[in-house]
Ligand binder design. Structure first.
Ligand SMILES: Nc1ncnc2c1ncn2[C@@H]1O[C@H](COP(=O)(O)OP(=O)(O)O)[C@@H](O)[C@H]1O
Ligand SMILES: Nc1ncnc2c1ncn2[C@H]1C[C@H](O)[C@@H](COP(=O)(O)OP(=O)(O)O)O1
Ligand SMILES: [Mg+2]
Length: 194
């Protein structure tokens, strides 16, 4: 199984907090059957388990900071391996969030085929997250933490997109558009992969 993950297609979903990554990933899974791995969901599952490690992770996420690289990469890799036999490809949402994470992913897992970059204005992202916060129950969907997540996104995650742009695998998509219009562009980008 460990060998098998090297041969499966990897698509990365990137963009700021609230840009619509999760929303588009859900639609991609429905159409293409990729295995969706959200680093945030994996971490929240660990928190929900009530483990000691979960408590430490919760404290970091509540502050809008990044959890240690090894923790998140191990979670992703273990899940990829566990699902290799039934997977048609992987859709990875929320990773890499800094260039170092991208480098480690390549060393331990492999090179992605495509990076979908859903791009929205800061204002739009804040608005969406405040709205999501009314019902999400997420400890990080509050004004103070949203601001920190946005700052960190511009500082640490945007350089990741530049890193993959040099390889020509980035497709930038205007996610100010309605969900279905964003998805139509996503579909085009995926269908262009051979
Ligand atoms: N294209 C869009 N237009 C309007 N609202 C959107 C759009 N995409 C996502 N949203 C809404 O914005 C919020 C954040 O979306 P989500 O997919 O959770 O983003 P992310 O995973 O990038 O944080 C959700 O409440 C979602 O319904
Ligand atoms: N690759 C990663 N490295 C470090 N921390 C991460 C991470 N992915 C997620 N986290 C932590 C910090 C994030 O602020 C938090 C929520 O992530 P998320 O669910 O992907 O947010 P969103 O979908 O709103 O962009 O989890
Ligand atoms: Mg998300």
């Amino acid at each position: 199984n460990y060998l098998k993950i090297w041969n499966l297609r990897v698509v990365l979903m990137s963009g700021g907090p609230g840009s619509g990554k999760g929303t588009q990933c859900e639609k991609i899974v429905a159409k293409y059957g990729y295995t969706h791995l959200s680093s945030g969901d994996l971490l929240r599952a660990e928190v929900a388990s009530g483990s000691e490690r979960g408590k430490q992770l919760q404290a970091i996420m509540q502050k809008g900071e990044l959890v240690p690289l090894d923790t998140v990469l191990d979670m992703i890799k273990d899940t990829m391996i566990a699902k290799a036999d039934v997977s048609k490809g992987y859709l990875i949402d929320g990773y890499p969030r800094e260039v170092k994470q991208g480098e480690e992913f390549e060393k331990k897992i492999g090179a992605p085929a495509l990076l979908l970059y859903v791009d929205a204005k800061a204002e739009t992202m804040v608005q969406r997250l405040m709205k999501r916060g009314e019902t999400s129950g997420r400890a990080d969907d509050n004004e103070e933490t949203i601001k920190k997540r946005l700052d960190l996104y511009y500082k640490a995650t945007e350089p990741v997109i530049a890193y993959y742009e040099k390889r020509g695998i980035v497709r930038k998509i205007n996610s100010e558009l309605p969900v279905d219009e964003v998805f139509a562009i996503v579909v085009k980008a995926i269908d262009e992969l051979k």
